[in-house]
Design a protein. Structure first.
Length: 142
């Protein structure tokens, strides 16, 4: 696993907690924040943005990826992600987010989850999604 200093981990947790405060989650009341660490130390944050048409809701992790890509970042530019979820249990990213994250984080990049208990749980990207979908080089054309 790519190693992250305790200080950086605390910075990521603070950033994700802060981002969760901006969540738009009137339907679930579950405000999530994510902090994505770029290799040069820059941090991109995201929060969940829900919609009355529930399926259109966006998770915090994907919001953070979208913010980073919108700022010119790309594949392999990131060293870690931390997601903050409310409550006493740390949850890993959902399946859809795992697929999206796996396109940008290397298999040995750490993915952390923090919650109100103060505990932090860590996985590698590869543990969370060992067999991500990748489009064949042909793009599917025979
Ligand atoms: N949510 C996230 O933002 N990240 C996850 O990994 C799981 C769930 C959001 C989606 C929805 O707005 C709310 O949490 C409840 O599922």
């Amino acid at each position: 696993m790519i190693s992250i200093s305790k200080k950086t981990l605390t910075t990521l947790e603070d950033a994700a907690r802060e981002a969760a405060r901006n969540a738009y989650a009137p339907y679930s009341n579950f405000s999530v924040g994510a902090a994505l660490l770029a290799e040069d130390g820059e941090i991109y944050v995201g929060c969940n943005v829900e919609n009355a048409s529930f399926g259109l809701s966006n998770c915090a992790e994907r919001s953070a990826i979208h913010a980073a890509v919108s700022d010119g970042r790309g594949r392999g530019d990131f060293s870690a992600l931390l997601v903050f979820v409310p409550g006493g249990t740390c949850h890993p990213p959902c399946g859809a987010c795992r697929q999206v994250l796996s396109e940008f984080l290397l298999p040995d990049a750490p993915v952390y989850s923090a919650c109100d208990s103060g505990e932090i749980v860590a996985w590698t990207m590869g543990e969370l999604l060992p067999d991500c979908f990748e489009l064949p080089a042909s793009g599917g054309a025979e």
